[in-house]
Every structure is written in structure tokens, then in C-alpha cells.
Write a protein that binds this ligand. Structure first.
Ligand code: HEM
Length: 410
């Protein structure tokens, strides 16, 4: 017996790690027909780890004060610390990839209806992760204290001020709006106090919440079992032929995808960093000079476009928050007994319209706010709402089909 085996045996005798390996890796079974998009959960996990590790390195050298923040990010980290630039590139690229992967992961869940019974909690916890991720991204964006950081933060914190535009009870809503804006900004002007608070949230509070939520998410996925792209819930005992052991089947398959992913990721880190560290942000924040075009990062453009294409600020605010809430309550809106877009033609059509409209809204979000673009924005916003509101109707129709077939899954 080699040295390594001896050490493992020594640990195993005390910690029973081999039992954990056997029950959680080999005896744990997953559907054998999982499609490619099921890999996005694992890729999200990999990217999350990349963010934590690279973030910790940046944290060692970043200085959270208005006087030092820009220089510490731009000169100390990028120029003086060995490989500091690499960790900043990784963290900035990682933030964008993380969002992209999580969107793909969410769309996969929507396509296969993985939010339905018995996975409602997996979905709800996933939604909380998404929400905290948005807060993490917004707070991290302020830290380098460049022009985009500063003005992006100002515009974002002003958005809840739209509540003051309410058609009724205006004074009441105005008071609430002002309180929220003041609270988010940490005062009437952005000071060291604000920056310190945003820094603490970004490096400690949100990551801790995310770690806890991701742990609960993974536990819940295990508890409910991964969905089946066919949309049929097979029993692991009654239909053992429909499942394969997690290890080595999934570990090898997904491990290969992880390698591809890392190759693409580092290609961007080394050769296309300009997309993720824009040149405008290498100019220190200047509260007296507003840059001409301030738009949120791409992952929020859809919501932003819904907000700005609606003529009333109040209703724009309500609308984009409603979209977030619709996402959360998907399991309630879509109560049909059928699962997976593969066996639901009406849902499939609605899903395609939803995806297409979300992409168009994202593109419109960076375009000039012309009247034509506003009309287009309104049309595609209506289609996105249409998707969510059509779900109860589609469910009703499908319930009829389901009953006519005697309540079978097929
Ligand atoms: C840090 C972010 C996240 C990580 C690391 C993560 C990780 C995972 C992993 C590893 C799985 C199992 C494999 C798979 O089905 O892909 C999974 C499943 C799932 N996740 Fe996430 N997830 C994250 C965010 C989200 C978000 C934002 C949502 C939705 C709003 C979500 C909803 C789901 C659902 C519904 C499943 C079950 C899929 C199924 O059974 O088919 N997750 N997640």
C-alpha cells in the first residue's frame, strides 16, 4: 500500500470519507438522457469558485476609500502586484460569464419546466441566488471608482425614485422613494461612507449569502432529483434503466465540458478584456462630468429597456419589478400537469417568443432612445409579459388534454 493510500485510509477511519464518496458519487444516480444544457449548473459552480478565489486576491490590495480606490485598482493591482492584472481580468470576465451561465441555466430550467413539483424550492432558492447576484454585480461595479462605476451607481440608485411619479398618493410614494434612494446612496452625495458600505456588501455580505444559498440549492437538487428532459418523472427503483451513476458518467462528461469552458473563458481573459474592463472606466470618477451614454451592463438591459420604454416612470418601475416577481412565481403561473417544452407545443411557442423578445429588449437597451425604439421596446415588453400571462391559459388547455387522456403523464 502506497503512502497516499495509507493517508486516505487513516483519514477514512476517522472521517468516513469513502462512505460519502460511495453514497454521493457512485450510488447517486442521475437520468442518463440529460442534454447538453444541463451542464450550466456545474459551470455556474465553477464560475462561482473562480469569482471567490480571484476576488480574495483583489481584496488583499484594493483600498475602499474615495482617495485611494481608483489608484489601488488601476495602478497597484494592474501594475505593481505580480499578476494582479490577471486576477482583475479574471474577476471582471468571470462576473460577465457568471451572469451569462446563470441566465442559460435559468432558461434551461424554464425550457424543461424544472421549476415544477417537486422542484419548486430549487427554483425559488435559485431565484434568490439570481437576485443576490444582481446586487453583487451592481455593488462590485462601483469599487474601481472610474467614471462608469460612479455614474452607473448614481443612475441605479435613482431608479427607485421613480416611485415618486405615482398617479395616486403621490406624497406618500414620494416619501418612500426618497427614503429608499437616500438609503441606497448612503446620503445625499456619495461619500466614503457609501463606498465602505458597498465594499463590505460586495466582499462579505453578499458572498456569504450566496454561499449559503448555493449550498441549499445543491442540497435541494439532490433531494428532489434532477429533472428529465422527456418531462416524465421516472422512479429510480422502478426504472433503474433510465439512470446512470453520477460517477463516472456525469463527472467525465461534464468534466470535459468544464475544460472547454475554461479554454473559452481564458481566451477572453487574455485576448478580449476590453469587453469587460471598458476604457471609459480607466478615467477616475468625476461627479462634475456626466458621461454621454450610461447604460447598465448587458445582463440588466432587458429590464432597463422595459423600464424606459414605458412613458410613466412609475409604471416602468412597477413593470420591471413585476417581471422579476413573475419569474419567482413561475411554478404558480404554469400549473399544467405536463412538463418539458418537448411535449408541450403551446409552451414551446411561448418560450421561443419569450427568448426572442428578451434578446431584442437587450439589444434595444443599448440603442438611442428614439420614439421608434421606444415603441419597439413597448411591443417586446408586452410580448415578455404575454409569455408569463399566457402560462395559466396554456395550463388550462393542457389540463383538458391531460384529463382526456385519462390523466397519464404521456
Ligand atoms: C450560483 C448560481 C447557481 C449554481 C452554482 C447552481 C447550480 C446548480 C446545479 C449544479 C444544478 C444541478 C445540475 C443542473 O441541473 O444543471 C442546479 C439545478 C437547478 N438550478 Fe441552479 N444554480 C445556480 C443558480 C440558479 C438560478 C439563478 C436558478 C433559477 C432562477 C436555478 C434553478 C435551478 C433549477 C430549477 C435546477 C433543477 C434542474 C433540474 O432538475 O433539471 N439555479 N443548479
Amino acid at each position: 500500500m502506497g503512502m497516499i493510500e495509507k493517508i486516505i485510509d487513516w483519514i477514512d477511519e476517522r472521517a468516513h470519507i469513502k462512505d460519502i464518496y460511495r453514497t454521493q458519487m457512485v450510488e447517486y444516480k442521475v437520468p442518463k438522457n440529460l442534454t447538453f444544457p444541463y451542464v450550466f449548473g456545474v459551470l455556474a459552480l465553477v464560475t462561482f469558485a473562480i469569482q471567490i478565489i480571484s476576488g480574495i486576491v483583489l481584496l488583499l490590495y484594493y483600498k475602499p476609500s474615495i482617495a485611494d480606490a481608483f489608484d489601488s485598482a488601476t495602478y497597484t493591482i494592474m501594475g505593481e502586484i505580480p499578476f494582479g492584472w490577471l486576477f482583475r481580468h479574471i474577476h471582471a470576465t468571470g462576473a460577465n460569464f457568471f451572469m451569462a451561465i446563470v441566465y442559460l441555466h435559468m432558461f434551461t430550467g424554464i425550457y424543461y419546466n424544472a421549476y415544477k413539483r417537486p422542484r419548486e424550492l430549487v427554483w425559488i432558492v435559485g431565484w434568490l441566488i439570481y437576485f443576490v447576484m444582481i446586487l453583487t454585480a451592481l455593488s462590485g461595479y462601483l469599487l474601481p471608482w472610474g467614471q462608469l462605476s460612479y455614474w452607473g451607481f448614481i443612475v441605479t440608485t435613482e431608479i427607485p425614485g421613480s416611485l415618486g411619479d405615482a398617479p395616486i398618493l403621490r406624497d406618500f410614494f414620494k416619501a418612500i422613494a426618497e427614503t429608499i434612494v437616500l438609503w441606497m446612496k448612503g446620503g445625499y452625495v456619495v461619500t466614503d461612507v457609501t463606498l465602505g458600505r458597498v465594499f463590505g456588501s460586495h466582499v462579505l455580505i453578499y458572498p456569504l449569502i450566496l454561499l449559503a444559498l448555493v449550498g441549499i440549492h445543491l442540497y435541494l437538487v439532490r433531494a428532489a432529483g434532477i429533472s428529465n428532459p422527456e418531462g416524465i418523472e421516472y422512479d429510480k427503483k422502478k426504472n433503474p434503466d433510465k439512470f446512470v451513476p453520477f460517477h463516472p458518467y456525469m463527472t467525465l462528461k461534464e468534466g470535459a465540458y468544464v475544460m472547454w469552458y475554461l479554454a473559452i473563458f481564458f481566451f477572453f481573459v487574455f485576448f478580449h478584456i476590453g469587453h469587460f474592463l471598458p476604457a471609459d472606466n480607466f478615467e477616475p470618477a468625476n461627479p462634475l462630468k456626466t458621461p454621454p451614454h450610461i447604460a447598465p451592463e448587458w445582463y440588466l438591459l432587458g429590464f432597463y429597456e422595459v423600464f424606459r420604454s414605458i412613458p410613466s416612470k412609475f409604471w416602468g418601475f412597477v413593470a420591471f419589478n413585476a417581471l422579476l416577481i413573475f419569474l419567482l412565481i413561475l411554478p404558480l403561473l404554469d400549473w399544467s400537469p405536463l412538463k418539458s417544452a418537448r411535449r408541450r407545443p403551446l409552451f414551446f411557442i411561448a418560450f421561443v417568443i419569450f427568448m426572442f423578445s428578451s434578446m431584442v429588449l437587450t439589444i434595444l437597451g443599448v440603442m438611442e432612445p428614439t420614439p421608434t425604439n421606444a415603441k419597439l421596446g413597448l411591443t417586446f415588453a408586452a410580448l415578455v409579459f404575454g409569455f408569463f400571462l399566457s402560462l395559466p391559459v396554456i395550463s388550462f388547455i393542457e389540463y383538458g388534454w391531460y384529463k382526456a387522456k385519462g390523466g397519464e403523464q404521456q
